[in-house]
Design a binder for this molecule. Structure first.
Ligand SMILES: [Zn+2]
Length: 200
């Protein structure tokens, strides 16, 4: 049977949209959601800086606009970029939060969800520390499944998508190693939450 979001899950998020259990690392890279609309979409990403280099503080520094761009050749191309997801799930399953869910974080860029553009307006962005070239950790799936359950209980979420689903041709994350059926099973959310996954 499919478990319902557990009672009290919504209480795990405060009135501004900060997850009580997350490590709070505020980013300035957000603004108010237009019309104060509530998020209805969760976007799953991957990130590692430099790519495939896990651990360290570069993601945190990048999302907080204090990355040392001279520290690695790859970082040069990130100069001037102001971005942040709402959440980052580290390799060990630790959940970091950069932007309150009630705010519009700058994670998806030019994007369209089933014809509706500007996905940042109405989505919550979750980055898994990882890359398109390596599998994700069990601890990350566990943390992600719990996080999406909590968010679906707190907000009128009706769909989850990968960044590549809403920015095809421009973005490839969360990549070929991201196991969507595993997330479907672990989250307990009904199949209609996953419009880009085969129902076969
Ligand atoms: Zn992405």
């Amino acid at each position: 049977m499919t478990p319902a979001p557990h009672a009290g899950a919504a209480a795990a998020v405060d009135e501004n949209g900060w997850l009580l259990a997350a490590t709070r690392l505020p980013s300035p890279n957000f603004e108010a959601r237009p019309g104060a609309i509530e998020p209805t979409l969760i976007v799953v990403h991957n990130i590692s800086l430099p790519p495939d280099d896990f651990g360290g503080s570069a993601i945190r520094d990048f999302f907080q606009n204090r990355l040392d761009h001279d520290a690695h050749p790859y970082f040069d191309q990130l100069r001037g970029m102001r971005v942040s997801a709402h959440f980052v799930i580290r390799r060990d399953g630790e959940v970091e939060q950069y932007v309150a869910c009630n705010e519009r974080a700058w994670h998806a860029g030019v994007s369209s969800f089933l014809g509706r553009e500007r996905c940042n307006d109405f989505s919550i962005g979750i980055e898994l520390e990882g890359s398109d070239r390596s599998p994700f950790e069990t601890a990350q799936y566990d943390a992600l499944a719990e996080l999406v359950r909590v968010l679906a209980a707190r907000y009128p979420i009706d769909a989850l998508a990968g960044h590549s689903d809403i920015a095809p041709g421009r973005k490839t994350d969360p990549g070929p190693h991201f196991d969507w059926p595993r997330l479907v099973r672990a989250s307990g959310l009904a199949p209609h939450f996953f419009p880009f996954q085969s129902r076969a």
